[in-house]
Design a binder for this molecule. Structure first.
Ligand code: ADP
Ligand code: MG
Length: 331
């Protein structure tokens, strides 16, 4: 079983940022309103995600560590999923590739802790924690030096962690996020912070955009709201003058999940084709939402590609929705 876990783990955990993604998604699924991510040495020696969500009951801690154990679906409709997680693979995978400690408390129970290292699970023990969950992953890939070698510099891995956290923060403006580099020990240094946003979807997103991309950007972004054949497009797109030299300011989501998808980025580029030179990239935070039966966002657990049943409709929605909004803004 340990070997199977290690093989499957390679699918889910490629680098520190993929572990952070899984842990923050779990915190979001747990209904957290504040999530803190600490990391040391680019996440190679330490990743710690703390949330104030529903917690895991002592009896469920060991279960959460077993493969394909998920509390999130009953298996009746795989397409009708409203949580990030549903495979029950992340925690056992992380326990197979690093030293994992989960401390958690559910209202009405005592706090408990479980430790897993190299696929070996210790019994659940009592712990001290007032609420929520703390998941700590130390020494990622310590048992697989071959994988360690493929990691990039601490700085590059930290950048990838920051990217993952910002994408999830853009997807969930009502949740507060703190990212902390604790490489030197102690409190460390806050490298990103987003306070919880309030108001309707557009207000909250606009506030989060200002935090992540700057107030100037947020104030000059055009709200988008378009629909085509069951697909809805909402969010903000920047005026062409706010384009970037790299595609770093493109935040795309399908049914609430961050995606990096060629069809969608291609459509975004096409919408701005008349206004931007080849070396400029449009900036936008766009949410495509539709009936889950019209799209597969789970092509691969660690990848963020999507497959629309009607790709032409998705492309057309983005191109025409953005062109229309840009034209209204005088372009
Ligand atoms: P999945 O997210 O696909 O269900 P995971 O392996 O990521 O699988 O997590 C297994 C289970 O552990 C989850 O279904 C959930 O019940 C529980 N869990 C994990 N992280 C948290 C958390 N931060 N707060 C509450 N429950 C959690
Ligand atoms: Mg999960």
């Amino acid at each position: 079983d340990a070997a199977i876990n290690r093989i499957a783990a390679g699918e889910v955990v490629e680098r520190p940022a993929s572990a952070v993604k899984e842990l923050v998604e779990n915190a979001i699924d747990a209904g957290a309103s504040r999530i803190e991510v600490c990391y040391a040495d680019g996440g190679k020696t330490l990743i710690r995600v703390t949330d104030d969500g529903c917690g895991i009951a002592p009896d469920d801690l060991a279960l959460a560590m077993s493969r394909h154990a998920t509390s999130k679906i009953d298996g009746s409709d795989l397409l009708d999923i409203h949580t990030f997680g549903f495979r029950g693979e992340a925690l056992p995978s992380l326990g197979a590739v690093g030293r994992l400690t989960i401390t958690s408390r559910v209202d009405g129970f005592d706090a408990a802790v479980i430790r897993v290292a190299g696929g070996q699970t210790d019994p659940v023990k009592p712990a001290a924690l007032s609420s929520g969950t703390v998941v700590e992953l130390r020494d990622l890939f310590y048992a697989t030096p071959a994988r360690l070698k493929f990691l990039r510099t601490d700085r590059a891995e930290a950048q990838a962690i920051s990217d993952v956290v910002k994408r999830l923060a853009m997807a969930e403006p009502q949740i507060g996020f703190t990212l902390r580099d604790v490489s030197g020990g102690g409190e460390g240094r806050v490298t990103f912070r987003a306070d919880p946003e309030t108001g309707d979807m557009f207000d909250a997103l606009s506030g989060r955009l200002a935090t992540i991309l700057g107030r100037d950007f947020a104030e000059n972004a055009i709200p988008i709201d378009a629909e085509r054949e069951g697909l809805r497009l909402t969010g903000f797109a920047a005026l062409p003058t706010y384009s970037r030299g790299a595609a770093v300011a493109q935040f795309l989501f399908v049914n609430g999940r961050p995606v990096k998808d060629k069809l969608l980025t291609g459509a975004l580029r096409a919408a701005y084709f008349d206004f931007l030179s080849r070396d400029r990239h449009p900036a936008a935070a766009l949410f495509v939402s539709c009936d889950p039966h019209l799209v597969d966002v789970n092509v691969h657990p660690a990848k963020s590609e999507v497959r629309f049943r009607e790709p032409g409709v998705a492309r057309g929605l983005i191109v025409s929705g953005l062109r229309h909004a840009l034209a209204n803004a005088g372009h």
